[in-house]
Design a protein around this ligand. Structure first.
Ligand SMILES: [Zn+2]
Length: 311
């Protein structure tokens, strides 16, 4: 059974073809009356947060995170999104390109975590996904369409709380982005493309950066202890609180590996969504009760700021 406290991203699956597939779907119709994504949230994805997987005692221990999750989810639902763009580290992940899920949708459940019968059924926004692939290609960012009919827990845990807060999956469609093992700048630039497509779509979109923090906070945690773990989490929690996205670029690769972090690439995509803008940041909670760090924060787009172009 997978570790319910959190897992690291799947190993790099090499993909040698440089994204031969390019779908020429563009968002149709008149130019935007909306101006793109105004709200993003950073959310962790431990299945143990789900009732029936985690115990009541677990949920008492992680009360700060669970309360924060509810608040963040309510904020997303209050924005009434028609499109939820979610970056996950736990889908089909490739070394040299992003995977933007194709198809009409995907389903998921918690059977592999011993819980039945909660099921989720999400429809994908195929037009948005197609336009995003096209925008990414134009920006020199390779993407593929890896068919994946099953939702990963990086999507399902945020969805679970969003649905509980009132999100209607029939009305709100999903765009699922699996992060890659490309560099920080590539992730950031994909976020810039997300913002462009959202602005052109004329639809209300919210971005969800799904990611746990370090997995090496405690000796009895799933991956043991390393001093880089708490150091990484402190830096990210501070970056969340201040909206200081430059911090996301400040880690050496070796440091990230030693910290056994999960979510930084998702956070980098989120940073790109707000390229050239100040943000109003709110850190709802940070804690790591079981050796894995969980940070929950929201970011509202504020005024343009040319100094905030990080890649
Ligand atoms: Zn993870």
């Amino acid at each position: 059974m997978p570790d319910k406290r959190g897992q690291l991203p799947a190993p790099d699956v090499s993909y040698n073809s440089r994204c031969a597939l390019l779908v020429g779907i563009v968002t149709g119709g008149a130019m935007a009356h909306h101006t793109g994504i105004d709200l993003a949230v950073a959310l962790p994805h431990p299945p143990i947060f789900i009732e029936g997987i985690g115990s009541a005692a677990d949920h008492t221990e992680a009360k700060a995170s669970l309360d924060a999750f509810v608040r963040a989810a309510e904020k997303v639902v209050a924005a009434d999104p028609e499109v939820l763009v979610i970056a996950t580290p736990h889908g089909n992940t490739y070394g040299d390109c992003f995977n933007i899920s194709p198809g009409r949708g995907a389903k998921g459940d918690w059977r592999s975590f011993g819980r039945d019968p909660v099921r989720y059924e999400a429809s994908f926004d195929e037009a948005f996904a197609g336009a995003l692939r096209q925008a990414a290609e134009l920006a020199g960012i390779p993407c593929i369409e890896s068919v994946e009919p099953v939702l990963d827990h990086g999507v399902m845990v945020p969805l679970h709380f969003l649905i509980a807060a009132g999100l209607q999956l029939g009305r709100c469609k999903l765009v699922r982005i699996s992060i890659s093992f490309l560099d920080e700048a590539a992730h950031y630039k994909l976020g810039c493309c997300v913002q462009q497509v959202a602005a052109a779509s004329g639809r209300t979109a919210v971005f969800v950066a799904s990611g746990d923090l370090s997995h090496r906070l405690k000796h009895d945690g799933p991956y043991g202890y390393a001093s880089e773990g708490p150091a990484f989490d402190k830096a990210v929690a501070e970056a969340f609180a201040a909206g200081d996205f430059a911090r996301f670029f400040s880690f050496e690769k070796g440091f990230r590996d030693k910290a056994a972090e999960c979510g930084l690439n998702s956070f980098l995509v989120m940073a790109g969504v707000f390229d050239g803008y100040d943000v109003r940041a709110q850190l709802y909670s940070y804690e790591g009760p079981w050796g894995v760090g969980y940070g929950i924060a929201s970011f509202n787009r504020a005024e343009p700021n040319e100094a905030r172009r990080f890649a």
